[in-house]
Design a protein around this ligand. Structure first.
Ligand code: F6P
Length: 522
């Protein structure tokens, strides 16, 4: 599929002209004063998520230009190609079908998704594996002897399940503890192992490739620990979640749940990689999680551009990155259980869109992925919100608010919601104080995503929303959001440096690396 480079479209020129004439001076406060229905115009309901975009530096006219940009860049056609199972991950010649992992069995749906029949075989495999994995999850839940589940994986094989298990803690069975070991730093595994007994532990070795050095090193150490502690039944205490079933077998693991090369690592939470979540919240909860995501998929696939939330968010990201020049986005979930959500989104956005060449390998002359960072509210308020309110750089903030709490502690929820509303309000309204230390410039943009409750369904929808908004900006930029070649060089060099640390050979190293190597060996 040939795609027009975004900066060569007439919509891009129109956006540039709009930016030059008035966009750069846009003031959200004045926009609210002029337009009594601005909130309605710039907010919308999507499945399980309400979004208020009205505090952004954006009006309906700019949105129309951004929609034109999406059309000229072929974003809808690109989206349809993804939903038709085409190999849009061009550098790896793979389809991109994480959405299929949450598609209901064909027999159960009356879908207008005409392309679904072309991937019917894959869909059947998805459900066979899902059923087997959920039956296993139930068996683990029923196994009273297993008290600790240790997920060993990194990147998408860690961040997704860790984020979701933490987020849905209120739905988890209390009798199992979950541990996530990702870092090759032995301190992490060591600290976990010290709390465990082999007979009550289940290790899940989660790795799409089953070759990632950190995961393999941790898995080998876990296996050695298990044997050294007198553990015998490896089949019962180890399971592998991988596309590389052969490698798992060679490693000595017989219980394996597979997935496919058309599932990217950072999009794999919906596959067997989600097993820790399925054990935590149970098969029914996991199916609700998938169903919430599927509802968002259908919204993204079918809603008109102007009322399509992933489209609107992804296009807003382009407006901010390429016209306003904002370099980052701060993620502020006002729910303590969403504490791993910013880290999860970092990989999703930055590993997907942190690219400097387009899908054809040509360097692009415009900015791509912003940096993402954040902490749950209200903690962030007492750390870096100073900079958000009064720093020189403008950083758009994306709040997540959750209306209903699942605890009964008096006063907390109202205070929490008051804080998230007040922060968004303060960022936009600012406060005039004769330009001194107490002056807040205001007009600082934010988006507000509102969930009624944090449940498996709403979390599924929220995460699918984020996946698709990343798709949209990546698609406008014309990059391949589904590869990650940028992680390769460090991996290769680490192998070389590991050998040098052991043998002391510093030949042909740069002066700094050679100097540090010598210090580390002394
Ligand atoms: O960091 C690169 C990467 O390939 C990620 O995309 C992936 O999520 C992670 O490593 C782990 O890979 P695997 O699941 O194959 O161990």
């Amino acid at each position: 599929m040939t795609r027009t480079r975004c900066d060569r479209t007439s919509a891009w020129r129109a956006l540039q002209a709009a930016w030059d004439s008035s966009g750069h001076a846009f003031d959200a406060r004045q926009a609210f004063a002029k337009d009594p229905v601005r909130f309605a115009r710039l907010s919308q309901t999507a499945p399980h998520v309400f979004a208020d975009l009205s505090k952004n530096l954006l009006d309906a006219d700019t949105e129309v230009l951004l929609q034109n940009l999406a059309r000229e860049c072929g974003v809808e056609a690109h989206r349809n190609a993804m939903f038709a199972g085409e190999a849009i991950n061009s550098t790896e010649n793979r389809a991109v079908m994480h959405w299929l992992l949450r598609f209901p069995p064909l027999a159960l749906v009356q879908s207008n998704h005409s392309a679904i029949k072309t991937v019917a075989t894959e869909l059947t495999r998805v459900h066979t594996t899902l059923d087997a994995m959920l039956a296993y999850a139930q068996a683990v839940r029923d196994d009273a002897a297993i008290s600790d589940v240790v997920n060993i994986g990194i990147g998408g094989s860690d961040l997704g399940p860790q984020m979701a298990v933490t987020a849905l803690d209120a739905f988890a069975m209390p009798s199992k503890r979950f541990h996530f070991v990702s870092n090759v730093d032995g301190h992490e595994l060591d600290a976990v192992l010290r709390k465990l007994k082999p007979e009550s532990t289940l290790f899940l070795i989660a790795s799409k490739t089953f070759t990632t050095i950190e995961t393999m090193t941790n898995a080998r150490s876990a296996k050695a620990w298990f044997a050294a502690q007198g553990g015998t039944d490896t089949a019962r205490h180890f399971a592998a979640l991988t596309t590389n079933v052969e490698a798992a077998k060679a490693f000595g693991i017989s219980t394996t749940f597979g997935f496919w090369d058309w599932v990217g690592g950072r999009y794999s939470l919906w596959s067997a990689i989600g097993l820790p979540l399925a054990i935590a919240i149970g098969p029914q909860g996991f199916r609700e999680f998938l169903a919430g995501a599927h509802d968002m998929d259908e919204h993204f696939r079918t809603a008109h551009l102007a009322r399509n939330l992933p489209m609107r968010l992804g296009l807003l990201d382009v407006w901010y990155r390429n016209f306003h020049g904002f370099t980052s986005r701060s993620i502020a979930p006002y729910h303590a259980a969403l504490k791993r959500y910013p880290a999860y989104l970092q990989q999703l956005e930055m590993e997907s869109n942190g690219k400097r060449v387009d899908a054809a390998g040509e360097a692009v002359p415009f900015a791509t992925s912003p940096a993402l960072w954040g902490e749950p509210g209200t903690n962030g308020q007492h750390a870096y919100f100073q900079m958000l309110h009064q720093g020189v750089d403008v950083v758009p903030v994306e709040f997540v608010g959750v209306k209903k709490a699942r605890h009964a502690l008096a006063g907390h929820q109202t205070l929490l919601l008051a804080n998230v509303l007040a922060q968004a309000q303060a960022l936009m309204e600012g406060k005039e104080d004769r330009g001194g230390h107490k002056n807040f410039p205001g007009n600082r943009p934010s988006t507000f995503l509102l969930l009624d409750e944090l449940t498996p369904t709403t979390l599924g929808a929220l995460i699918a929303l984020q996946e698709h908004r990343v798709f949209v900006s990546g698609s406008v930029w014309g990059i391949n959001s589904f590869d990650q070649w940028g992680v390769e060089l460090g991996k290769v060099l680490a192998k070389d440096v590991e050998a040098r640390l052991l043998n002391g050979n510093a030949e042909e190293l740069d002066g700094s690396t050679a100097g540090l190597l010598a210090l580390l060996r002394s």
